[in-house]
Design a protein around this ligand. Structure first.
Ligand code: ATP
Length: 226
């Protein structure tokens, strides 16, 4: 369970997140929708520990993340796919997938098992494994970023605008992967940000609406964001 208690953040002295309160239960898929600049990326970056000095508390299954540096959050089972696919270009796709698990010191056998499981969830990655991280198209990069988030994300997976710019076929594959992810890890909490809510139509989600850095719990407003 992910709990956000009065989470706030500023960038260059300007409030970007304001008093975010939410409880995301285990097994939930939660969409955070909001217009460009609403603060969606900043919210995920704050949960990942990239916004030191933020206000409020973030708890994962009751553990306050304040004392856990960003580099150690993968150890807690948090996976993150940033909006701009960030594959290491000098690594192969397989090395990129293994990276978050290796960096936290998981043993070879455990990483092998995690990779095998990830490939059942995102099977499109299998034929890409030996390719360079630099050689992927935008859509393939998004699938690989999902795979990397799944590798680390045993308890919580954060996906930043995953459907933006995805061709319809890839969007279908991505949605199918999210369905399989939920079947394989029914306790997992998934947070997906989107500015275009209609892109999430195939995915059953709870919806939180972010407006100018504050949450507005209003389904009608969520439906109005296109
Ligand atoms: P988008 O859909 O465009 O990615 P978003 O909802 O993810 O938008 P954020 O990227 O979190 O929004 O940005 C929230 C606010 O913070 C915006 O007003 C943005 O201009 C501002 N902001 C973000 N990063 C910076 C930065 N490095 N310097 C200055 N302002 C920033």
């Amino acid at each position: 369970m992910l709990t956000l208690e009065d989470v706030s953040a500023t960038i260059a002295g300007i409030p970007v997140l304001r008093g975010i309160r939410a409880t995301l239960p285990r097994g939930a898929t939660v969409a955070v929708v909001g217009r460009n600049g609403a603060g969606k990326t900043t919210l995920l970056r704050t949960i990942m520990g990239f916004m030191p000095g933020h206000g409020g508390r973030i708890l994962l299954d009751g553990q306050d993340l304040a004392s856990v540096p960003a580099r150690d959050r993968a150890r807690l089972g948090i996976g993150y796919a940033p909006e701009d696919r960030v594959m290491f270009p000098s690594f192969t796709v397989e090395e990129n997938l293994r990276f978050p698990c290796e960096v936290i010191g998981m043993g070879r056998k455990a990483v092998d098992e995690r990779l095998a499981e990830t490939l059942t969830i995102v099977p499109e990655l299998q034929p890409m494994l030996a390719r360079s991280g630099a050689a992927l198209s935008g859509g393939q990069g998004k699938m690989a970023a999902l795979g990397r988030a799944v590798m680390a994300g045993e308890r919580l997976v954060l996906l930043d605008e995953p459907f933006q710019g995805l061709a319809p076929v890839l969007a279908q594959q991505y949605s199918a992967s999210l369905h399989r992810l939920h079947q394989v890890r029914p306790e997992l909490c998934v947070v997906i940000t989107e500015s275009n809510r209609s892109l999430l139509k195939d995915i059953p989600t709870e919806t939180l609406v972010l407006e100018r850095g504050a949450l507005v719990h209003d389904e009608a407003r969520a439906a109005a964001i296109h």
